[in-house]
Design a protein. Structure first.
Length: 422
């Protein structure tokens, strides 16, 4: 009855076009019914399971499938199962679709089989359990990427780099700042403004890009739709999002860069599934931080409590639930102002990643103690189970008050550090 009611409501709100679409689906539903019964009959021999891939958001599109394959390699899925997927929604990147087509069982008709199956008792036996875009068990560090480029795609990628003006063998770094342009353009049927607390100013990244150029890199600004062009004369800082962007190069650049500078925009998923080092800036909310990456550095946005005219400490954020806030209204109700990272903070983190990758970075004993103190505040949850990433060294040095360290807590952190070193 709930199913029937939902169909009536959708037609009432969507009108004749929705009704026409549902009438066209009736033959597919009738064909799907006997397939569902066959699947149930075969279960003692083979478990056939179905699931959608959220193809309209590149973050989910990339990460969900890669996590599934890693979990399968790690023995976390039924070894007797045959898993069939379908794309649910428009395709955010057709190159990524081509690559998943090569690795997964993809069938459009599975959409209808899956829908009928979920209306019947025992449906979960035939549904692929999918992770929610988070490598909470740290599988990526031990398993190789599942996607790869064909020889023809490699040639196409090298040609693309030359088109961008990057000589053969020259290192490049990608950078991206989230704004609302993509969602407003591609998924305009919904009001996405509740996500705006995640946005950041692309101009704050440019000093870091200039520093990368001084270190011998090209710096490539990524994005599908962006609100602002980069008005910059340096030919080694490339506004790819405005001038050169293709679905193919979105994937190729993210897979081949020296490292990727990003915030919480979904494009971060591309370097992640190819195991590229990632510099996360302006990260929010704090408890959603990507703690599992051994080659990840991050710094969060700071939260200014207007009433008390001070920044919230990390402990206050994590223990109050603010570290899970996912909507603008939640910050506004608490009279919290979300403060972006400064150009200096971003540049310091980028320099740290470059120096670490070159083997030149040296952590002091005090730096390690500050890291231990920061990570001791996090507790395992459904969001994070392993804590392998590092928060930016210079950011911690300059913001020790956010650790809320009294003498007792500082000694406790030191003890934790000594235990781990032992």
């Amino acid at each position: 009855m709930n199913f029937i009611y939902n169909q009536i409501e959708q037609v009432r709100k969507g009108g004749i076009s929705i009704l026409f679409g549902k009438l066209c689906a009736i033959p597919l539903i009738l064909l799907a019914l006997p397939v569902v019964f066959l699947v149930r009959i075969l279960r003692p021999l083979v478990v056939i399971r179905f699931e959608s891939l959220h193809s309209n958001r590149i973050g989910h599109f990339a990460l969900d499938a890669e996590l599934y394959l890693c979990e399968r390699d790690a023995g976390m899925h039924n070894s007797r199962s045959v898993d069939i997927f379908y794309y649910n929604g428009q395709i955010s990147n057709y190159q990524l679709k081509r690559m998943w087509d090569r690795k997964l069982h993809i069938c459009y008709f599975a959409k209808w089989v899956d829908r009928i199956n979920r209306l019947l008792p025992g449906a979960q036996n035939h549904v692929v359990p999918m992770s929610s875009s988070r490598d909470i068990y740290g599988l990526f560090k031990d398993l190789a990427p599942h996607l790869s480029f064909t020889a023809a795609e490699e040639r196409l990628g090298q040609e693309g780099l030359r088109t961008l003006g990057i000589p053969d063998g020259n290192p490049f770094v990608c950078f991206n700042a989230r704004d609302s342009a993509y969602l407003e353009t591609e998924l305009s049927s919904k009001d996405w403004s509740y996500h705006n607390y995640r946005d950041s100013n692309i101009h704050n990244y440019l000093p870091a890009a200039e520093e990368l150029v001084r270190q011998g890199y090209f710096a490539i600004r990524m994005g599908v739709f962006v609100k602002e062009r980069l008005n910059i004369a340096n030919y080694k800082i490339i506004d790819y999002a405005v001038n050169y962007r293709t679905d193919f190069l979105d994937i190729y650049l993210g897979a081949k860069c020296r490292f990727f500078i990003c915030d919480t925009a979904g494009i971060y998923a591309i370097p992640m599934i190819f195991r590229r080092p990632i510099v996360w800036v302006n990260y929010i909310p704090l408890e959603h931080a990507p703690t599992w990456g051994t080659n990840h550095l991050f710094i969060p946005k700071k939260l200014w409590l207007r009433k008390e005219r001070r920044f919230l400490t990390f402990r206050e954020i994590l223990y109050s639930g603010i570290g899970r806030f996912l909507k603008n209204e939640q910050y506004e109700q608490m009279r919290i102002e979300v403060i972006e990272n400064t150009p200096e903070e971003i540049t310091a983190l980028v320099i740290e990643m470059d120096e670490r990758l070159k083997g030149r970075w040296q952590d002091t004993e005090e730096d390690e103690e500050l890291q231990r103190c920061f990570w001791s505040i996090f507790k395992p949850s459904e969001l994070n189970q392993v804590f392998l990433a590092r928060i930016g060294t210079e950011f911690l040095r300059q913001n020790q008050e956010l650790l809320d360290l009294d003498t007792e807590r500082r000694q406790s952190c030191k003890n934790i550090r000594e235990i781990n070193l032992a």
